[in-house]
Unconditional design. Structure first.
Lengths: 297, 373
């Protein structure tokens, strides 16, 4: 192995990891506040590039405008899914909401197959996103810089919302104890809706960046990234936003480095990733940056 | 009063008889294809072929053909269940399981046990028909295809170092890559990188970086075109300048649409080239297909179209709907003029037909060469 190959693969790992972490943040936010694993996150992620695609194709919007509309529509779909499928189950056992989330996931995925058809669609990439930056023999896609930039912007925005606004305060209160917050007059429904809007908007941004990096959209495209992001969130410590980002990078990097060192075993890439998950959870059941939740008696 | 009752009973009886007669006028064919799941695209393409064939030939031996479609969800177990459902519940006289060798193998197992003929349009893995009297196919098999591509890469294109990127989840891809590897090495070439992935993977950067570092002159990637489109794009982005080579799944206009300029120059072995019609049927098919779908014909649609007609032809020659008679007629098929070339069925139930190589030039598949078995 040459040093160039290693450096190239580190760049590849960062590029993949940055996308995983964007998606993982949405997972972790919803979990942190509602203790709900939103399995439909991967499907929300998949809808955004489709909205973008049709915005350009049917409504002839300029690319950037279509992207904004797509993020808005996706965020709305995320909020709607919460209102319809999770809100009525808020007081039911946690497993019911989980099953409902799986239902939403299958529903959105199969609806998309019917509506958008199963044939993959090509993604139009603005000139900036097809650009390759070359450092010596290392080639880096511009999406890497875009996704890291977007992650930093959204992360600061998120920290601002959570720690500086009233809605953020409500979110933090709900994450501690939903019943008590409600009794104290916190606008629980509104705060939860905002959580879903932010989480889904992040999934939408992730989905659009993903489709620019891997320019092909298909209704099943959200399954594996969704699962990987979920793992990233768990590895980093579910509920923790910096943890989700860290988890995303660890996951992306370990996937790529596994193939780098064992190219003949590249087919076992996913098996290796899930193996890492098991090891980390055995050593640190709450994830790397997770905190132990005290059960109230 | 009694008279009216009599008329009513009579009318009822006639209606009943009529409907029985109507039921007898229908003959059922079954199709178990992947309409959802990872291979939904293939199922959709294939269905277009059946649909077009049914429009052209709506009846056989004076009976109306009813084609029943069951989704096999791109899953092996569901494929077996779909075929038994078609045979037991719907009472079909023959079944098609065309797309994906992985589904055609278990489907064929079930049909063979039940003694119902099964035709696969595009499953090229040798195991599909092996040891199964009732299973046939309209395409050539992977050993032939892999050999053709390896020979072409080594002898005609003069490559000595080739890389492989194989979809380990697909029997098709694994089989084809093995046959390519065997021939390429026998000829004296070297496989410098043998990497793998799983259907539906989207990031191939690590494998491709490895392939580029290995100094391969050609990359053989016999996967499904959706995955391959992403590989082709990422390969060029990472700086791979070698030749792309693939099998019949890559003869699909959707691939060009997805990969755009990254697919330029890709060479694939397939069953027909639109600019070099093999039979008068090929021209007719291309014209009808363009009229109905406003798309360039693809290899999957054409083979599914041929499988349908192959069955109709066998039923006509057998002059019966008896499964055993249909099976015997299918086995005796000789020089059948299909849209995807002339078909003769060999003793294994496989089609003997030449391979056509096509190359993507300016976004279109252009005829490159014909290789006879």
């Amino acid at each position: 192995m040459t040093i160039n190959l290693l450096l190239q693969n580190i760049a590849n790992g960062l590029s993949l990891g940055s996308l995983y972490s964007l998606i993982a943040i949405g997972y972790t936010m919803v979990y942190g506040i509602l203790r709900l694993i939103n399995f439909a996150h991967g499907e929300i992620f998949m809808l955004a590039p489709y909205f973008l695609y049709f915005g350009v194709l049917i409504f002839h919007l300029p690319w950037w405008a279509s992207a904004i509309v797509a993020i808005g529509l996706t965020a709305f779909t995320g909020m709607l899914s919460e209102r319809i499928a999770y809100k009525p189950l808020r007081d039911a056992p946690r497993i019911s909401a989980l099953i409902s989330a799986i239902g939403v996931s299958f529903f959105l995925q199969n609806l998309s197959i019917v509506v958008f058809s199963g044939i993959p669609k090509s993604v139009h990439r603005p000139a900036f996103f097809t650009k390759i930056f070359q450092f010596g023999e290392i080639r880096i896609q511009s999406t890497l810089f875009a996704s890291i930039g977007v992650s930093i912007i959204f992360l600061s925005l998120l920290i601002y919302i959570i720690y500086q606004t009233k809605t953020g305060l409500a979110m933090r209160a709900i994450s501690r104890d939903i019943e008590t917050s409600r009794l104290m007059g916190v606008g629980v429904n509104r705060a939860i809706s905002v959580t879903f809007i932010i989480g889904s908007a992040l999934a939408a941004v992730g989905g659009i960046l993903w489709s620019l990096r891997f320019p092909q959209i298909v209704p099943t495209m959200g399954i594996i990234p969704g699962l990987k992001a979920f793992i990233a969130a768990v590895v980093g410590g579910i509920g923790s936003i910096p943890g989700a980002m860290l988890g995303g990078f660890i996951l992306g990097m370990s996937e790529i480095l596994f193939v780098t060192f064992f190219p003949a075993m590249s087919g076992y890439r996913d098996a290796f990733v899930f193996f890492i998950l098991i090891i980390i959870l055995l050593l640190k059941p709450d994830g790397i940056l997770g905190t132990k939740v005290q059960e109230k008696v | 009063m009694r008279k009216y009752l009599f008329i009513l009973v009579l009318a009822g009886a006639i209606l009943l008889l009529g409907s029985v007669a109507l039921a007898q006028d229908v003959v059922k064919f079954g199709a178990a294809e992947p309409m959802t799941g990872a291979m939904a695209v293939g199922g959709e393409l294939c269905w277009r072929g059946y649909e077009l064939a049914l429009e052209q030939t709506p009846t056989v031996l004076g009976k109306k053909i009813e084609l029943i479609l069951v989704d096999n969800k791109s899953e092996k177990v569901d494929a077996a269940n779909a075929v038994s459902r078609l045979i037991e519940r719907d009472g079909v006289v023959a079944v098609f399981v065309s797309y994906g060798s992985g589904m055609a193998i278990p489907g064929g197992e079930v049909a063979n046990k039940a003694g119902i003929p099964l035709i696969s349009g595009t499953a090229t893995n040798p195991l599909v028909t092996q040891g199964k009297e009732y299973v046939f196919r309209a395409c050539f098999i992977d050993p032939f295809q892999g050999q053709v591509m390896a020979q072409y890469a080594y002898e005609t294109l003069g490559f000595r170092k080739s890389a492989l990127l194989v979809d380990i989840a697909q029997d098709y891809s694994v089989g084809l890559a093995n046959f390519y590897k065997r021939t390429f090495e026998q000829l004296g070439g070297e496989i410098v990188s043998d990497t793998k992935y799983n259907t539906g993977d989207q990031d191939f950067s690590a494998q491709l970086s490895q392939i580029i570092a290995s100094g391969a002159e050609a990359l053989f990637f016999p996967g499904y075109f959706g995955d391959v489109a992403l590989i082709a794009i990422q390969g060029r982005e990472l700086g791979f300048t070698g030749q792309y080579l693939g099998g019949d799944t890559l003869h699909n206009p959707v691939l060009v649409d997805l990969a755009k300029e990254a697919a330029e120059g890709l060479i694939a072995s397939t069953f027909f080239a639109e600019d070099q019609p093999a039979t008068p049927e090929s021209e007719k098919f291309a014209k009808l297909f363009r009229e109905k779908y406003n798309l360039a014909p693809d290899a999957v649609s054409i083979l599914c179209y041929d499988s349908f007609n192959l069955l109709v032809d066998a039923i006509e020659r057998a002059n019966s709907f008896d499964p055993v008679a249909i099976k015997d007629a299918l086995a005796a098929t000789k020089d059948f003029q299909g849209a995807g070339g002339s078909i003769t069925i060999d003793e294994n139930g496989d089609a003997i037909k030449p391979a056509v190589l096509v190359k993507i030039v300016n976004g279109d598949y252009k005829y490159e060469a014909t290789v006879y078995p």
